[in-house]
Structures are given as structure tokens and as C-alpha cells.
Write a protein that binds this ligand. Structure first.
Ligand SMILES: [Zn+2]
Length: 1009
């Protein structure tokens, strides 16, 4: 369908000319709606084929019987034990026998042999690789299979994303990319109806909300807490309606959700892959070992048992597993026979009917059953598969990769914005060919449930990071091209990717350079910059030539140590920069020749307090630890201390269970963590830009408590590692905040960086929990923020990457920072999580930030929402050496005006030559903020400063359907409430209305001004 849009939009009548004055626009919009439905037929779907894909292609079922839907499928991890490319080719079969190219070859061949056969395919990252290598003939054959519903895509994102550690922005992007490929390639019949997350280790409510808004009719998964599962089996509540948002009007975020019977495996005894050992169907009565009767009896027994725990006379069986169907003949030959022999029994009175099916065909039957379904409001975290086996370790596993993934998302959004703002020149010159495609693909792969989750083998983690780095390199060329075009300066641009550890060869040596700060947010930001330097005094001027206050401070010992020989700056230059919305500002920096010989040395003691105009922080002079935090604007104060601890990771040698802590599983040996040091050695620096207290706890743990002059948040920059293992004890390191807040066993975490869920200690909203792991069983994923509160005070922590955390005591909030483990946890990865590298042979050192704010609960979101967006989409800083040409444009904004504070510009991305994909998001929840939880309106024509918006069409969240063509199956909840009426219309074609937590997706036809 999308391929068609471009063609439609080049059609004259589609052009919104400048004559499209506001009076004419309603007419034009109607025309557009009309055309979108008339012309919205997929480009590759020719009428004579009259495709019968989707629900129309399902095999007939038998109403009075138990219908068993056999779903042949393969689960192809986009990297895990092998890299994504090794999996595709079937390389390194010594690690794991798996080759996706052979799977697709073999399945297509087998589908052609019998039109009854069905197959579903899920991961577009693999399918795309395979498709590129096929002949025209083969491509046409496959299109035919897709058009007949014999090969069906489900889920269809680039990968099957992790749900605990991903950010919604990156998930939407990866889904959009996979679904677009399917749309472009197969049109209407390539659009998946069902979301399919059979393997992720717990399920996020925000994922369900996104899937609903992407137009999926239903969602199936395999893993949930064993206690939850047992209760649901007894109550026959394994299929439900998930109401996945507290802000969006139902049924906008309602998603029918089903739990698969065997995870995603076949029933026991019925695995006929070459990787399995179950007996084939031996159906020649003349030969020995004839076993048809036995197979049929066993199958009927399993089917009847399964029917007892589901509501309808339809059940589903997943006939496949990890990387199965490489020799699909084995599976299909036996499935053909199974269907024949089981159904033959119907003549003897059997009431079981077996058929080839797909998840959407099964879903259709559930819908036809016209039942009411239990309503689900919370999420499926944490996931435990046994009493001592909580999959809560991976919330933190591989913290460095998790940060690199998050910052890569920021960089990708900037890259895509600058591709739009720069126009075609961004991809051509003057610095050569640049693109955003490489980083888009690398980021999409990184969302996989064994990528950013940290549950892959070490060499695979390295491959994800290498792919991201390669994507950065391609984007850097694009960014340089655009910034050169926008600024009029073709001076070479320098990127410094190690500013967090004060490494940047240019600033370390240059006497005169400029700093370009690009801001990807739709509102101006003020951002502290720290540059590694060797001078002692600098003069800095902003884009208007005004002097900027700056300070030089010595590099800390912790930073010098973590550099491991890279960079040799002795000082850091600090100043605050401002950048306009979707734009940049340029600062000139010159070394002052007659500066002081060295910057003032830090004082070797803790101050009583540090404060700016917003916050005041006190320290305990005895220990050097934090002792209180005050908000000076609201005049509230809480007692607050913070320290670092480690849990002793279980080695499995334990009376309760032999489970070890590993890449997936968190299992401390005792519930009491070990303190790293009761006191910290302190150095204090206070100047006009920043006040910082440097705390040194041990050779492997240090922290800087920082308060910038203009900040409403207190920064805790922690540095942890190499985690020592000389004592043969695995360690899981946490930062714990202990406050006087009366949190009553409750804390809050975000879901994929968006809506917030309440978490209660030793409690689950949907079943009576028997808590068996007092720490690990109270851990939840934190993607961007967590908070505790009482009636008066809310303490919010904004994180810079996904981490796990919990609130074990009232007033306390702990966040796991780093894990170093000595044992594998027997969930398949086969390696202990013990990260080292060439640069850090003694063990990985990880640095990150927590941003703390204290507010009354009623206004807390006004601080943490914008703060978290600033951390997710942070400014991109680039450098040019020497003096800039006087004609250089030092400041630029891509927007005509700042967007309202509630609005987040989620996506600005080039779609086709003349079209841009735009997503606008209301970033507040309903009732979260008195000021901002209100509907807001944005005028699309008054958005960009460099682009005329000529036409607009709204799409679903994943941009693979026109919004007005998106129809979903409707489902009734047991509670009996009716869906509310549809949202009110927009004020006009160009003025779009956003309600709390709404994301709206538009395809804009644009022209460069
Ligand atoms: Zn998997």
C-alpha cells in the first residue's frame, strides 16, 4: 500500500497547492479521504489474482466439534547464540544448528506441494535478507502463496522485540520498518493481523497498547508467571481483553490477548523437526512398528486435555520451535498424516477436527464465538517460571550495551530529522554518501529479545554494538552534510563519542574551536556541556556573540582511570548551552593564553550543603553521603541517603533451589545486600556553573553528585567496575536511595518509557501471590523512570537506560546498575554474564546517570516528563576546528515555533522523495498534571520552518494503513462496559488535536522552501 502512496501523491489532484486556503481545505481533505480509500489498494496486488488471504483464506472448521488449529511456525531469533548473519546463513552450526535461509527455501518448497499447508513467518529482518536473493520467478511464487494465505506474516516487525528493556520510540520504529517492507512487497495480503511475541520474558502493557494502535486484531504470547498461568488455566482465563492504557479511550488500546498452550512448542511427543527425536507416523500396516493408532490416541488425549483450560471449541497448537523447518518435509509429511488419521476417526464418532491453520484463523474463530472475555489492566512482569526463578536479572544485564542502544536511538532520531531538514543533499555531499538506513536497521535488530535484553552470547553482543557503530558512521556523514548545508560552512565536522569519559582529541589540543549543539526536541533546551581540555581558561561566546560563563575543573581520578589510556585531558571545560527546537546553536571556544596555571583544586571534604535556586542537598559530614533533598520552590524537604550495595549472586548451591543468577535470572543468595563502603572519600568543587561532590567508595565504585546552576534535577553520575570476582562471588550492584517518604509498600515504574504502573510489594493485581523470592520477586523493569511517593512528596529517578529495580523497604528505591556473574543460569545462553573487553580485561566499567527530582505528587510529572525526554533525546554535539567563516549561520531552528509543552515530536523521518513521516505525541497521562494533561492542538502547516506541508494523511501507529481504513475486530469484556464513543474531530484539516498519551501518525507531502 505504501508504495502506492508515493504514486498517488505525485498525482496532480493529490497536491495540496498553496491555494489550499483554510476555506478550501475541508473539501480537499474529503477528496483525500475518498482517494485514500479508493486508491489505497496495494500496488502489487493485481485485480485478477483476487487474493483470498487473511481471514478469507482460513480452512473451514466444524461447529459441533473440537477444532484443533495446527500452526506450523519457526522461531528465528534475530541474534542470540549466533549473530543475526550467522543465523541467516547457517554459519557456525557448531554453536547451534540453525540456518534461516534454508528454512525459507524448504518451507516454500513444501507449501507448494500441498495447498492445504500453512506457514507463518515472523521476523522481517530475516525474510528481507532472503527475499533480496530470490529470482523474479521465486518472488512471484511467494507472492502467490501470500495472496492465497498459505504463507502468512504475523507480527511482521523487523524483529520480535524485547518488552522489558526497550523504549517505545525504538519499538515503533522497528515495527514500522518491518511492516513497511511487507506492505511494499506484498500489499494488503502482507499485512499481519496478529501480534506474536511467543518468546519475550514477560510482557509490557505499553507493548499491548502499541500493538492495538498498530491495528492488530489480537496478540499471542508464550511466557507468563507460572502462578498466574496455573490460576488462568483453572479459571479458563488464558484468553482475555487487555486494556493497555489508563489514558486512551477504549477500545483504542484494547488488545485481545491469548496465552499459547505449550509456550511455543508442539505438544509432547509431536515434534517432527530434524532436531527432534519423536517417532514419525509409521502408517504402513505391512511394516513393523505401525503406530497410527497410538499417535491418534495420544493426540486426542492431549487435545481433550487442552480444551479443558480454554473457553471455546477451538484450540491452537504451535507446531514448531526455535529455527525449525530447515528440512520442512519432515514436519509437513507427518502433519499431513496426523490430520488425515485424526480426522478419519470422525467416521467412528470422534468429535475432534484437526486442520492446518494460522494464528489469525484461530483468532477469527474466537471472535466468532462471540463470548465475553476477562479484562486485564496491569502487565505481565515479573516473569517467573518456578518459585526461585525470576527473570528479573536481564532488566539490567549488559548495562553498557543497554546505554549504547539508548543513545543510538537518540542519534538515529537526530539523523532522521536532519535527513528531512537537509533534503537530498544530506545523502549526497559535500562529505560523501550518508544514510540513516544503516542505523535504522542496526537499531531495529537491537530491539530483539536477545539483544538489548542482554541475554545473548558475548560475541553476539559485540556484533550488535558493531552494527550500531557502523550505523553511526553512516549517519555522521549525513549529519555533516546537512549541518554544512544549513550553516553554510563546509568545515570538517568532528564527532566525539567518548565525552562521557572526557575523551575528545580535538578539544584536548585545539586552541580555537566551535561547538555545534543540535537539539532534537520540539522545545528549546538548556544543556550542560563538559569538554576535555588541557588549558586552564577559555573564553566562550554564543551564537549572538555574547560571552558565556564557563569554568575549568580538573578531571577526576575516576574519569582518568576509566579512560584506560585514551585521551590525556587534565581538565574539563564546563558551560551551559542552549539550543532552539529541532535546531542548533553554535558556540565559539578560545583558549585564553594568560589563564591561571591550574584550576582550583577540589576541597577534600563534604560541604554541609549544595544548592541552586531550585534544589538544596545536604551531606552527612561523617560519612560523606547524601542526607537530605529539598525543593526550594515548593519548600519541601525529605531525608535522603544514598549508597551502593551488592547482592551475592546465587551459585545454585542452596537448599531451596539449585537456580543460579545469570543473564536472565536474578537470584541473590541472601536478601540483605552487602554495603560497599559505609563512608565515601570526598572531594568538593563549587563554581558558578556546577557544584559537585565527588564520592569515592572503593577502587571500583565512585560517584559524582552534581547540581548544575539551572537544573531542577540532582544528577548522580555513578561509575561501577571492574566488579571484583577474586573472591569467587558473583555480584549484582545496586544504588539504593533511602528516604523519609512514607511509600506504604508501593512504588511506580514506567512501561517502555511511557505510561506508569503502580507496583506493590509482594503483590500482583490479578492473583494471590505466594512470594518465594523477596528481592528478585519484587523487581520490575525501569525503562526511563521510577518513583516513590506519599501524600506530600514524590521522589522521582530518571534513568539513562533500562535497569531493574524495586522498593524493598518503605521509603526506599533501589536500582540495579551492573552485574558480574560466574555461572550460566541454564536458560540457553550457555555463558556466565562476565563481561570483559580488550580495553577492560579486568571487567567492564560502566558509567551512567540517575536524575533525581522532588516534587508534590500533583506536579511531579511536570518535571519528570520533560526531563526524561531530554535524557532519551539528548543534544548531538559536534565540533569544528579553528575559526568559523564569518558568513556561517550560527543558529537554526527547523520549527516555526516551539510546540506546546505537552507535545513531543516523536518521529520526523523521510518516507519517500516528497513525503515525510511525522508522529506527534501527547506526553502526559490523563490526570497526571493539572497544567499539561489537557488536549492540545498543533497546526501541521505551521510546523516546519524549511518545509511547506502540501498534503496530509493520517496513518495508524505503524504507518502501514490509512487511519480511516483501520478496522479491528471488536471484543467484549466480561465487565460488560461498552466502548466509549469515538474521539471528537480535529478543528480543521491542518489543526490536529492530541489527548493525553495519544500518538498520531501522519504522512506529510512536503516541499523544501
Ligand atoms: Zn527467542
Amino acid at each position: 500500500m505504501i508504495g502506492k502512496i508515493h504514486k498517488q501523491m505525485s498525482h496532480d489532484s493529490w497536491l495540496f497547492s498553496k491555494m489550499a486556503t483554510p476555506e478550501y481545505t475541508p473539501f480537499v481533505f474529503l477528496l483525500l479521504l475518498f482517494q485514500s480509500s479508493v486508491w489505497g489498494v496495494p500496488v502489487c496486488q493485481t485485480p485478477q489474482e483476487s487474493p483470498t488471504c487473511g481471514y478469507k483464506s482460513c480452512h473451514a472448521t466444524k461447529p459441533g466439534m473440537l477444532n484443533v488449529h495446527l500452526v506450523p511456525h519457526t522461531h528465528d531469533d534475530v541474534g542470540w547464540l549466533k549473530t543475526v548473519d550467522q543465523y541467516f546463513y547457517g554459519d557456525r552450526n557448531d554453536i547451534q544448528h540453525a540456518g534461516v535461509q534454508y528454512i525459507l527455501d524448504s518451507v516454500v518448497d513444501q507449501l507448494l506441494k500441498n495447498p492445504d499447508r500453512r506457514f507463518i513467518y515472523v521476523e522481517t529482518a530475516f525474510f528481507y535478507r532472503w527475499w533480496k536473493q530470490q529470482t523474479d520467478d521465486m518472488q512471484n511464487t511467494v507472492k502467490q502463496l501470500v495472496n492465497e494465505g498459505r504463507l502468512e506474516f504475523v507480527n511482521g516487525g523487523w524483529c520480535m522485540s524485547d518488552e522489558a528493556t526497550t523504549h517505545y520510540s525504538a519499538v515503533i520504529d522497528q515495527m514500522t520498518m518491518g511492516l513497511r517492507f511487507l506492505n511494499d512487497t506484498f500489499g494488503h495480503c502482507g499485512r499481519p493481523r496478529v501480534a506474536w511475541h511467543i518468546d519475550p520474558f514477560g510482557h509490557a502493557r505499553e507493548h499491548a497498547s502499541m500493538f492495538a494502535q498498530m491495528g492488530y486484531d489480537g496478540f499471542f504470547f508464550g511466557r507468563l508467571d507460572y502462578q498466574d498461568r496455573n490460576r488462568r488455566m483453572v479459571a479458563r482465563e488464558q484468553e482475555m481483553l487487555w486494556r493497555a492504557s489508563e489514558s486512551l479511550t477504549p477500545p483504542m488500546a484494547d488488545l485481545f490477548t491469548g496465552i499459547l498452550p505449550n509456550g511455543y512448542n508442539p505438544p509432547e511427543g509431536f515434534c517432527w523437526d530434524q532436531s527432534c527425536d519423536d517417532p514419525p507416523i509409521r502408517d504402513d500396516p505391512d511394516l513393523e512398528d505401525y503406530n497410527v493408532d497410538d499417535v491418534v490416541t495420544r493426540f486426542l488425549h492431549i487435545a481433550h486435555g487442552q480444551a479443558l483450560v480454554y473457553k471455546t471449541n477451538h484450540i491452537i497448537m504451535t507446531m514448531g520451535s526455535d529455527f525449525q523447518y530447515e528440512n520442512a518435509n519432515l514436519w509437513y509429511k507427518n502433519l499431513d498424516k496426523l490430520i488425515r488419521y485424526v480426522n478419519q476417526m470422525q467416521s467412528n464418532g470422534s468429535e475432534v477436527n484437526v486442520l492446518y491453520s494460522t494464528p489469525s484463523c484461530y483468532l477469527q474463530e474466537l471472535h466468532r464465538a462471540n463470548l465475553t472475555w476477562p479484562l486485564k489492566g496491569d502487565d505481565f512482569f515479573p516473569y517467573a517460571d518456578s518459585a526461585h526463578d525470576f527473570w528479573t536479572g536481564y532488566f539490567t544485564s549488559r548495562p553498557a550495551l543497554k546505554r549504547y542502544e539508548r543513545i543510538s536511538n537518540s542519534y538515529l532520531q537526530t539523523c532522521k530529522q536532519l535527513e528531512v531538514l537537509g533534503g537530498p543533499i544530506s545523502r549526497k555531499g559535500p562529505f560523501g554518501a550518508g544514510d540513516s538506513e544503516t542505523l535504522k536497521k542496526a537499531m531495529a535488530v537491537a530491539q530483539h529479545h536477545d539483544a538489548v535484553s542482554g541475554t545473548e552470547k558475548q560475541h553476539v553482543a559485540n556484533d550488535y554494538a558493531r552494527k550500531l557503530a557502523n550505523g553511526w558512521a553512516h549517519c555522521q556523514v549525513l549529519v555533516s552534510n546537512t549541518l554544512s548545508s544549513l550553516s553554510g560552512s563546509s568545515a570538517p565536522r568532528v564527532y566525539c563519542e567518548h565525552l562521557n569519559i572526557s575523551v575528545c582529541p580535538l578539544t584536548e589540543t585545539s586552541k580555537k574551536f566551535s561547538v555545534n549543539v543540535y537539539n532534537p526536541l520540539a522545545r528549546p533546551v538548556s544543556w550542560p556541556v563538559r569538554l576535555p581540555v588541557n588549558g586552564t581558561a577559555y573564553s566562550i561566546s554564543d551564537a549572538k556573540g555574547k560571552a558565556v560563563d564557563s569554568q575549568v575543573v580538573p578531571v577526576s581520578q575516576a574519569t582518568a582511570a576509566v579512560r584506560q589510556g585514551r585521551g590525556y585531558a587534565v581538565n574539563e571545560l564546563l558551560f551551559q548551552v542552549q539550543a532552539p527546537p529541532l535546531g542548533y546553536s553554535t558556540y565559539s571556544v578560545s583558549l585564553l593564553q594568560n589563564g591561571p596555571p591550574s584550576p582550583p583544586s577540589p576541597l577534600p571534604r563534604a560541604p554541609k550543603a549544595v544548592q541552586n535556586k531550585f534544589l538544596r542537598v545536604t551531606f552527612d559530614p561523617e560519612t560523606g553521603l547524601l542526607s537530605s533533598l529539598s525543593n526550594l520552590e515548593t519548600q519541601q524537604t525529605v531525608k535522603l541517603s544514598q549508597n551502593f550495595y551488592w547482592y551475592n549472586a546465587s551459585d545454585g548451591n542452596n537448599s531451596e533451589s539449585i537456580q543460579m543468577s545469570g543473564a536472565y535470572i536474578f537470584r541473590p543468595n541472601t536478601s540483605t545486600p552487602f554495603i560497599i563502603s559505609k563512608t565515601a572519600k570526598i572531594e568538593t568543587l563549587q563554581n558558578s556553573v556546577v557544584q559537585e561532590v565527588r564520592q569515592w567508595f572503593s577502587p571500583w565504585v565512585s560517584q559524582v553528585v552534581r547540581l548544575y546552576t539551572d537544573s531542577r534535577a540532582l544528577e548522580l553520575e555513578w561509575t561501577v567496575g571492574p566488579v571484583p570476582i577474586g573472591d569467587d562471588l558473583g555480584k549484582e550492584v545496586i544504588s539504593r536511595l533511602d528516604s523519609s517518604i512514607n511509600s506504604s509498600g508501593v512504588f511506580y515504574t514506567d512501561s517502555n518509557g511511557r505510561e506508569v504502573l503502580q507496583r506493590r510489594k509482594d503483590y500482583r493485581p490479578t492473583w494471590n501471590l505466594r512470594q518465594s523470592e523477596p528481592i528478585a520477586g519484587n523487581y520490575y523493569p525501569i525503562n526511563s523512570r521510577a518513583y516513590i511517593k506519599d501524600d506530600k512528596d514524590q521522589l522521582t529517578v530518571v534513568t539513562d537506560r533500562s535497569q531493574g529495580g524495586g522498593s524493598i523497604q518503605d521509603g526506599s528505591l533501589e536500582i540495579m546498575l551492573h552485574r558480574r556473574l560466574l555461572y550460566d543460569d541454564v536458560r540457553g545462553v550457555g555463558e556466565p554474564l562476565n563481561e570483559t573487553s580488550d580495553i577492560y580485561p579486568e571487567g567492564l566499567v560502566v558509567r551512567g546517570r540517575h536524575l533525581l527530582s522532588l516534587s508534590p505528587p500533583a506536579t511531579a510529572a511536570d518535571t519528570h516528563r520533560p526531563l526524561a525526554q531530554e535524557v532519551v533525546l539528548q543534544p548531538l554535539i559536534t565540533f569544528t576546528d579553528g575559526e568559523l567563516h564569518p558568513s556561517t549561520r550560527l543558529e537554526f531552528s527547523g520549527l516555526q515555533a516551539v510546540l506546546p509543552p505537552a507535545v513531543h515530536l516523536l518521529t520526523v523521518s523521510q518516507w519517500d522523495q516528497d513525503t515525510v513521516l511525522l508522529r506527534l505525541e501527547h506526553q502526559y497521562q490523563a490526570s497526571e498534571s493539572k497544567e499539561h494533561s489537557q488536549p492540545v492542538t498543533v497546526n501541521l502547516q505551521k510546523l516546519f520552518s524549511t518545509l511547506d506541508v502540501l498534503g496530509v494523511s493520517e496513518m495508524n501507529l505503524s504507518a502501514n494503513q490509512w487511519k480511516d481504513e483501520m478496522t479491528r475486530l471488536d471484543w467484549k469484556a466480561e465487565s460488560g462496559e461498552k466502548p466509549l464513543p469515538k474521539r471528537g474531530g480535529d478543528p480543521s484539516v491542518w489543526e490536529v488535536n492530541l489527548k493525553p498519551m495519544e500518538i498520531r501518525t501522519f504522512l506529510l507531502r512536503v516541499r523544501q522552501r
